[in-house]
Write a protein that binds this ligand. Structure first.
Ligand code: 4AD
Ligand code: MG
Length: 448
């Protein structure tokens, strides 16, 4: 293998994504063989370099004899350095092509297990470490990275301070039934289900914060929306009530969807995403109470008895009814976590004590992608919150630090969590959440 010493420094090098800057120049493309074909005396080499695909053309006369010989040896995914001239070609992928002069083989790939023919999902999942080189997988992960960037940009530009919460925690946030535990020296620790409780600490110190990181749930259900390890971004704002929280969620979602559509149209096209469906994702989003949602569900033939949580068919029906993301608020307190502020009547102020409804708000995405945001207003009264912890059979000792927030300058506050992978699934339009993260973790999926 020859080294790359004659190459420009990394940041100055040619990449397919920046081909426009190199129009008319002779460059070196370092990458892999995507596929190749011959048509008489002309040979076509589709190359990928991680930033995109580009077609290279070998003409007798323009390239060396040696390049023709090397071309014959190339197999799918062989690694190569190819020298040639960049020129505009509107009919080609990416709008540019390369007139190839030289081909340097770095390694001839062994027969590649993933070919353009259809493979079963099980096989593809076992080969996830290779599968992500395929166009659609690559595009979905590229969009994921853009979504992450855009999320951070939104909060950073709006006065939020990033506030990291721990992954190893002593206690539950979202109920004890989905906790992963691990020995922690002489005690037991749990993988965090949500950074929220720590984000509340941050909100009291910085006013507005967001946590962003992996969260874990021992979900035993096999659905297209559940992972056991997923990323969540969780803003938390002091002096914000339930309506403020929905206002923030609406601005945030509109910004993320519209920015990603404008920056990653090419990748979304590879994914065959209908962009018209995303271009309409602009506020205001409908806001309905849980009680109103029950009426909609009954009308649509998927009635739910009061007090029960919604499943996939119900979320899909709500999406169909509105064709836009819809906020549902004021859920039955009995199905919500211990930290929600409660109220007796929808639209009324929060009560001190216990009420029928939790001041929660979930955002349900259209097209069956389900709940992408879950959040609400937090209980800020010390006595009420303490009794709620006991009611939920949690160990008060573990929450003393959290209760302190209600003893030292307690204020009304709200926040939410956005599930990153569900958001990626919705924006990219991929069918299953396993394609939204490089290495999905699910029931029965721990490798590679
Ligand atoms: O509704 P959840 O459980 O809310 C919380 O964890 C709050 N503590 C967040 C907060 O207020 N700071 O989860 C929030 C979001 C869901 O709406 C969903 O998008 C995603 O996290 N989510 C999952 N995504 C993938 N796989 C799972 N198993 C998920 N569970 C929740
Ligand atoms: Mg939820």
């Amino acid at each position: 293998m020859s080294d790359a010493t004659q190459q420009p420094k990394v940041l100055d090098r040619f990449t397919i994504a920046t081909a426009e800057k190199f129009d008319g120049q002779i460059v070196k493309l370092q990458g892999w063989v995507y596929n190749k074909r011959s048509s008489g005396k002309i040979k076509f080499l589709v190359m990928r370099d991680g930033s995109g695909l580009m077609q290279g053309i070998l003409f007798k006369g323009e390239c060396s004899e040696k390049a023709f010989e090397e071309f014959e040896k190339l197999t799918q995914e062989s690694s190569i350095r190819v020298t040639g001239k960049i020129r505009k070609e509107p009919r080609s992928v990416g709008g540019f092509e390369m007139g190839i002069q030289e081909i340097e083989v770095v390694q001839i790939s062994e027969p590649y297990p993933i070919s353009p023919k259809d493979h079963g999902v099980e096989f593809l999942m076992e080969n996830r470490h290779l599968w992500i080189r395929s166009q659609k997988q690559w595009a979905a992960l590229r969009v994921r990275a853009e979504i992450i960037h855009t999320i951070q940009e939104f909060f950073d530009n709006n006065g939020f301070v990033r506030f990291d919460s721990p992954i190893l925690t002593p206690s539950a946030c979202e109920g004890t039934s989905t906790l992963f535990s691990t020995p922690y020296f002489d005690e037991k620790a749990y993988l965090t289900q949500s950074g929220q409780l720590y984000a509340e600490v941050g909100a009291m110190a910085f006013g507005r914060v967001y946590t962003f990181g992996p969260t874990f749930r021992a979900e035993k259900s096999k659905t297209r929306k559940h992972l056991t390890e997923f990323w969540m971004v969780e803003p938390e704002v002091a002096f914000a009530d339930l309506n403020d929280n929905m206002d923030l969620g609406e601005k945030f979602i509109e910004y993320v969807v519209q920015t990603v559509v404008s920056r990653r149209a090419k990748e979304l096209q590879i994914l065959e995403r209908d962009l018209k469906k995303l271009e309409v994702i602009k506020g205001p989003f409908p806001r309905i109470s849980y009680d109103e949602a029950l009426k909609v569900l009954e009308k649509r033939g998927v009635a739910v008895p009061w007090g029960e949580d919604f499943g996939a068919p119900h979320e899909t029906a709500l999406g169909e009814e509105f064709g836009k993301p819809v906020f549902m608020h004021h859920m039955p307190a009995q199905i919500k976590a211990f930290y929600f502020k409660q109220t007796d009547s929808v639209g009324g102020p929060g009560v001190v004590g216990h009420g029928k409804y939790a001041l929660g708000c979930d955002l349900i995405a259209p097209d069956g992608y389900g709940e992408v945001i879950g959040g609400g207003q937090r209980e800020e009264n010390y006595e009420v919150l303490r009794s709620r912890i006991i009611e939920h059979e949690l160990n008060v000792e573990d929450y003393n630090w959290y209760l302190d927030l209600r003893r030292y300058g307690s204020v009304p506050h709200s926040g939410f969590g956005l599930g990153l992978e569900r958001t990626v699934a919705w924006i990219t339009g991929v069918e299953h959440i396993r394609e939204t993260v490089p290495f999905p973790r699910m029931l029965n999926t721990l490798r590679p």
